[in-house]
Design a binder for this molecule. Sequence first.
Ligand SMILES: [Zn+2]
Length: 162
Amino acid sequence: MKQQPQFHCYYLGNPYPLYTIVDPSVKKVTIQWDGEAFTCITPEEGEININDALKSFYTKESKRVIEERLKFYQPQFKVKYKSFSIENDSKKWGSCNSKKHLTFHWKLLMFPLYAIDYVVVHELCHLVHMNHDRSFWRLVGKICPNYKEAMAILGTEKTRDL
Ligand SMILES: [Zn+2]
């Protein structure tokens, strides 16, 4: 039985309704996404905590989307990243270490694609420039001309860091 949407969840910058379905045959709360709405499938009625289920949905989905965006932008860089992971508890939107491992925050999936692209490009640019000097920002701006708009929506325009 489908109920009225409880609230909205964001996917690539747009809000979509979240419906709840009670299905006693499932073991735990899961989130599904069909391109138009989110559905929360829960084993029992009543108050439920969907935070963990949402977090694992966003983690899985952001991994898929970010992998695509990395594939899209990587050919513009001579240096290749080695691996990447989606972080759960980091305070940063993204990071790049000396082993060429990149990290991205799971909440990025709630933002428009241009903001995700900026974070992806920012971390790929760190493969070339490890600091945030002028040549770093010149490279970011070349590949991602609207990066300042992305910084504003991610709230990083003051620190200019990720
Ligand atoms: Zn940085």
